[in-house]
Design a protein around this ligand. Sequence first.
Ligand SMILES: [Zn+2]
Length: 380
Amino acid sequence: MPIPTETVGSLPRPMKLQEAYEAYDQGQITFEQLQAEQDEAAEDSIRRLEQTGETYVNDGEQRESSFATYPITDTLAGTGLAENMAGDGQYFAIFDDGHHRQLPRLTSGPFRYKNHAAEYVEKNRQLTDRPVKQAVISASMMMLLYPLEEEIEGYPREQFLEDVVDEVERDIRRCFAAGAQRVSIDFTEGRLANKNDARNPWTGKDMLQEFIDLNNRVLDRFSADERRNIGVHTCPGGDMDSVHSKEVPYEKLLTKMFQLNAGYFLIQCASEDDKEKVYKLVGDNSRDDANGVPQVCFIGVINPLTPEVETAEEVKNRLVTAARYIPVERLGATDDCGFSPFSRDEKPRHGSPDFARDVAMQKIRARIEGARMASEELGV
Ligand SMILES: [Zn+2]
């Protein structure tokens, strides 16, 4: 079988859509008007992905406040925030360029999603005949909505975690029920968990194993056949063309991450200085049999944070080298991250989000063509 390819999830939102989000936050347009802009950008994303030849298409998360907050708020500024949340939660991440993103804070139980990702799948299925993928957020990210130290009165942490696991399971099951063929779980907090950033207390609490165990509570509710199409994405962040945890030694994550009983992984690598070290870590640690399912390792061959477009030849060479360390039947190709995981992203290194959208399509084409060339060279 040729080397498969898959996107992580997001595409830059057109400036027009970003302005509509702002206008909605300021009460200048209605939710219906915002949705009309989202729908237009979503359809454009799907049409353009179809033209690249991407196997699984999606809307590039045009309708989501962000990859992490879509279940609980309609916009990043907090318009439509779930009732039992406040805006002043933990930092999700502080990025290398100094900007940060903050999570809401749960103020009372029970924890429930107000939006499920399946609603995007339903809309996207009406726009295309191609197979559809959807990214969802992890239980471990949702865990950070609960105060780090204190307990919420009347809503113990363990009850909260049980509710989180239920909601993430429901989110995934509804995506499949709505017709998604692939569902990947965003796990950007995995590498960040070892950062020990004093400005961001949770990153100093050595929570990686706790994160993995919690996410496995979700994954273990699915059969091996279902988990074949449930992936996990890891990266050092990707927002405003900046990262949050690239300096954390990758082996700290990659020696543990494959404990997750997922059927595939979307693994940032193109932006690593020593790519072969990553291929080897992935080859050494990924499993042929994760409770009944082989772990297919999609290696990041495209860097979404730079405007320079990788060539198909570069992509091919990376995959051929990776195949020395990772069995080719468990090798795939992906991008290092979504192209814009947050809805407000000016893509500063690109100059504009509209240009970045064009660049993203060129990069995706290079990935697909490079994977085809590598498959040919490897005889698969
Ligand atoms: Zn990512």
